[in-house]
Design a protein around this ligand. Structure first.
Ligand code: CP3
Length: 360
């Protein structure tokens, strides 16, 4: 138990009210009001982010420059006082650190020189990871010093399936045909890529905790592309392996898993992944989530990001619905997906105010 200062440690010491509200909720406490932060809370909907973004030539350089990444992380905290900051970085730093060429195309997203068969995996190596990711760890350490005392710091990584989808498809995909052809045609070979990503991601998350991250989120944005059986093998099993690896070293660090689009399989993630919290996407029915998932894990979510664009009564109603359905169990208020560039800052302000007024 060398993770004192986290929620479970404080709880044992009888000082649970001193722990940060995000950590209390992740430890299973019903908090009223619940903690709130928003996925992709640092980003292009903020004018101060767009100004800062102009200071780096490309997005990967932006993520790997601690001065810029620290500032981007802090911007939404200053503006809204969220209960958690999420490290500013991207899931694509892992393929970059493994030696794959990664770049971001304006209006398109991440691009890579694809690996498409087991023979090409020798182009990737764990050897250079520590050095390539050192700027991320520096960012985490500086954030722990600079964040307000009540704000928890969340580290993160992409899950193996989602990161592999970019690595194999060469960028975003609509149908996942290349990666699925490999996974279905040569499952043992494809398993080697997933195993490499489990190893790299475990080391990366452990190093983030050692640098100062207090909670971790694993984003499996494209889990929903996988059918029965395949979602267990390529999404749930690697996430579970990473959770186990991280907890071998840091048993008390809370972990949030986000298997976006997992549908009814969310139940299997709640039972098996070993994560304290599941982030639910916008399609997950609230009553089902309360009855089936919330008795087992803290829930995080799941407001439609489009409501931060639309605002008005629909936003108020959407927020009230989640507080009403999920507010009596352990909850971290959040969106059901990343915030969008068209979000209006004044709607985000209204959303935070409404959640903070909530009393269970
Ligand atoms: O949440 C935060 O504020 C922290 C930063 C963060 C970013 N990406 C910054 C970013 C986090 C947590 C991510 C995760 C991420 N990156 C995911 C998983 C979450 C999700 O949204 O599903 C995925 C799939 C990626 C890969 C990625 N990075 C894509 C598909 C894109 C392009 C899409 C887009 O929104 O433009 C990116 C670029 C990216 N990552 C931006 C930001 C702020 C926008 C690029 C820019 O500012 O120029």
């Amino acid at each position: 138990m060398n993770d004192m200062g986290t929620a479970s440690g404080d709880k044992r010491a009888g000082e649970k009210t001193a722990a940060k509200v995000l950590l209390r909720a992740l430890a299973g406490e019903v908090c009223s009001p619940p903690p709130i932060w928003l996925m992709r809370q640092a980003g292009r909907y903020l004018p101060e982010y767009r100004a800062l973004r102009g200071q780096a030539r490309d997005f990967m350089e932006f993520c790997l420059t601690p001065d810029l990444a620290v500032e981007a992380t802090l911007q939404p905290i200053r503006r809204y006082g969220f209960d958690a900051a999420i490290l500013f970085s991207d899931i694509m730093v892992i393929p970059h650190a493994l030696g794959q060429r990664v770049w971001f195309e304006e209006g398109v997203g991440p691009r890579v020189e694809p690996v498409s068969a087991v023979g090409e995996l020798e182009r990737l190596s764990l050897g250079g990871m520590g050095e390539a990711l050192a700027p991320v760890y520096e960012t985490v350490t500086r954030l722990r010093r600079e964040l307000p005392a009540e704000t928890a710091l969340i580290g993160f990584a992409g899950a193996p399936w989602t990161v592999a989808s970019y690595m194999v498809e060469g960028g975003s995909s609509k149908d996942y045909i290349k990666i699925k052809s490999w996974a279905y045609g040569d499952p043992e070979g494809f398993q080697k890529l997933i195993d490499l990503l489990v190893e790299a991601t475990s080391r990366y998350l452990i190093a983030q905790v050692e640098a100062g991250a207090e909670a971790l989120q694993i984003f499996d944005s494209w889990a929903g592309a996988l059918p029965d059986g395949a979602i267990h093998r390529w999404s749930l099993a690697p996430i579970k392996a990473i959770v186990r690896r991280v907890k071998e070293v840091h048993p008390a660090v809370p972990i949030i898993a986000f298997p976006r689009g997992a549908g009814l399989y969310y139940r299997d993630f709640a039972q098996d992944a070993g994560a304290e919290c599941l982030a639910i996407d916008t399609a997950v029915p609230l009553d089902w989530a309360r009855e089936v998932l919330q008795p087992q894990v803290t829930l995080q979510g799941n407001l439609d990001p489009a409501l931060t664009v639309a605002g008005g009564p629909a936003l108020r109603e959407g927020v009230a619905r989640i507080l009403d359905r999920l507010g009596e169990g352990p909850l971290v208020f959040n969106l059901g997906g990343g915030i969008v560039p068209a979000a209006r800052p004044e709607n985000v302000e209204a959303l935070v105010a409404q959640v903070r007024e909530h009393r269970g």
